[in-house]
Design a protein around this ligand. Structure first.
Ligand code: CA
Length: 478
């Protein structure tokens, strides 16, 4: 018997589940009693953020504990080198049994299949909601049923097959509630009453840069019949059609979330039935947030709040006797070191971020951070028109730089848009409706923030885009 029992670890990670569609985060559009139960049994993180608000890059950061420029998964077109150290490979070296079931979408074949897992069984690329195809060491197969249920079934079945006394870690990575939002029959009738519309739904983005205004994410204009399954009624004006599309979009999105919540409940009940709930580090999170009609948008990518905020709740009753809400800044890069810390396993020296385990469990730890570094790498000028950008967010301020290289003339690579900045004062403007980059009251602050951004970017091994001048206040030496 080891002198100190190590936790079993269950990480449930969904794809595109915004925190503001979770009851514990104050949702006004749905209820999620089972996800809320984890928060009630442990901790809810008020300020957990994705450092690159896109599916595959965030998943790579979570696994490797590194920023995108370190792990190499900067966009959807950059498959992972799956041989790099992850918290999974570290756990396995320390004697854990390890598995991943569900969404991988970090490439397949040629060194991109999952590594470091005793068992892996993943959806092919984005995967399907109904009768999905899975890829494992045994090759491809199709499973009959609904993806969110099947992923849970397969994950729990793997744990039940473990014969040793070794601790185990299972990643239950759902496709839901990612586009194309196909609910199962059980939840198909939910949310047919009018769904509350966010206050910023008609935001005209007046003070934002042209970089942000170019985005093709407007519900009114860019959600199509494929997404909504039916055409809007004829004869609606622009505003009425926008609201009709919002309702249709949200109905299916929230129905997919309802299945997730049920399956989170299945995991909780299963852990309790086994007598393992107290000794399991149970985490629920999503790879990033999502615009749920906020600013008139769907999707993510941008460094705005609804997009970058990740839900994160976790319980481990045996050790975390205190419960509550953690409001310090944590990021997806911190997950790896935090999980390893909870398991008493050394992090790989390459891992970045900070373990926030001592914030919950007590003991010595690194000091909290003042802010974090964000970088979205994909110009995506074909699909969603969200240009690449980077920035720095502190508890109060957010500075964003859109560098816009090669944008404007498709196929030519010609530099036609200039670099552009945005600055938000989140204390006075939590909805980010007023870009104050040029506001006289903020000129001094913005220059300080440029220094913070530059320093952190450099410290993390990334560098400023060639179009960004070195901050004047940095002085002559770095
Ligand atoms: Ca995602």
């Amino acid at each position: 018997m080891p002198s100190k029992r190590r936790p079993n670890i269950v990480m449930i990670l969904t794809d595109d589940h915004a925190a503001h569609a979770i009851g514990a985060y104050g949702s006004v559009v749905n209820t999620t009693p089972r996800i809320d139960e984890i928060a009630a049994e442990g901790w809810r993180f008020e300020n957990c953020f994705a450092t690159n608000s896109l599916c595959s890059p965030s998943r790579a950061s979570i696994l490797t504990g590194t920023h995108s420029h370190v792990n190499g998964v900067t966009t959807l077109e950059t498959p992972i080198d799956a041989g790099q150290p992850t918290f999974i490979s570290q756990l396995r070296e320390a004697g854990y049994r390890t598995a991943i079931v569900g969404k991988w979408h970090l490439g397949d074949g040629d060194g991109h299949d999952p590594q470091g897992f005793d068992y892996w069984d993943v959806l092919l690329e984005q995967g399907e909601y109904h009768d999905p195809t899975f890829l494992s060491v045994d090759g491809l197969r199709t499973e009959r049923g609904y993806a969110t249920d099947l992923i849970t079934d397969l994950a729990l079945a793997w744990v039940e097959r473990i014969e040793s006394d070794a601790p185990w870690c299972v990643l239950i990575f759902h496709k839901a509630p990612h586009r194309p939002w196909q609910p199962d029959a059980k939840h198909a009738e939910l949310y047919s009453e009018p769904i509350p519309v966010p206050a910023t739904f008609t935001d005209d983005h007046t003070t934002r840069t042209s970089s942000a205004r170019r985005a093709a994410m407007r519900i009114a204009e860019h959600l199509n019949t494929d997404d909504l399954k039916i055409d809007p009624p004829t004869g609606l004006d622009y505003e009425a059609e926008a609201l009709w599309k919002y309702q249709r979009y949200m109905e299916d999105y929230l129905r997919c979330v309802a299945s997730v919540d049920d399956n989170v409940g299945r995991v909780i009940d299963w852990l309790r039935d086994r007598g393992d709930f107290e000794d399991t580090l149970l985490m629920y999170s999503s790879d990033q947030g999502f615009f749920l009609g906020d600013h008139g948008w769907f999707d993510k990518r941008f460094m705005y709040e609804e997009s970058i905020r990740m839900p994160l709740v976790m319980s481990y009753p045996r050790v975390l006797s205190a419960k509550g809400v953690a409001d310090g800044i944590v990021t997806n890069v911190d997950f790896a070191r935090t999980i390893l810390d909870a398991a008493g396993v050394e992090p790989h020296p390459r891992m970045q971020g900070r373990s926030f385990w001592p914030d919950l469990a007590g003991g010595a730890g690194e000091p909290p951070v003042d802010g974090f570094y964000y970088r979205y790498w994909e110009h995506d000028d074909v699909f969603h028109n969200a240009p690449a950008h980077y920035g720095y967010r502190s508890a109060r301020y957010k500075l964003i730089y859109f560098y816009n290289d090669g944008l404007g003339l498709p196929g030519t690579g010609a530099f036609t848009y200039p670099g552009e900045w945005e600055l938000y004062d989140l204390e006075r403007d939590p909805d980010e409706l007023y870009n104050v980059y040029f506001a006289p009251d903020y000129l001094d602050r913005r220059e300080d923030l440029k220094v913070s951004l530059w320093k952190l970017q450099t410290e993390l091994g990334d560098s400023a885009h060639v179009s960004q001048p070195r901050p004047e206040r940095l002085g002559q030496t770095a």
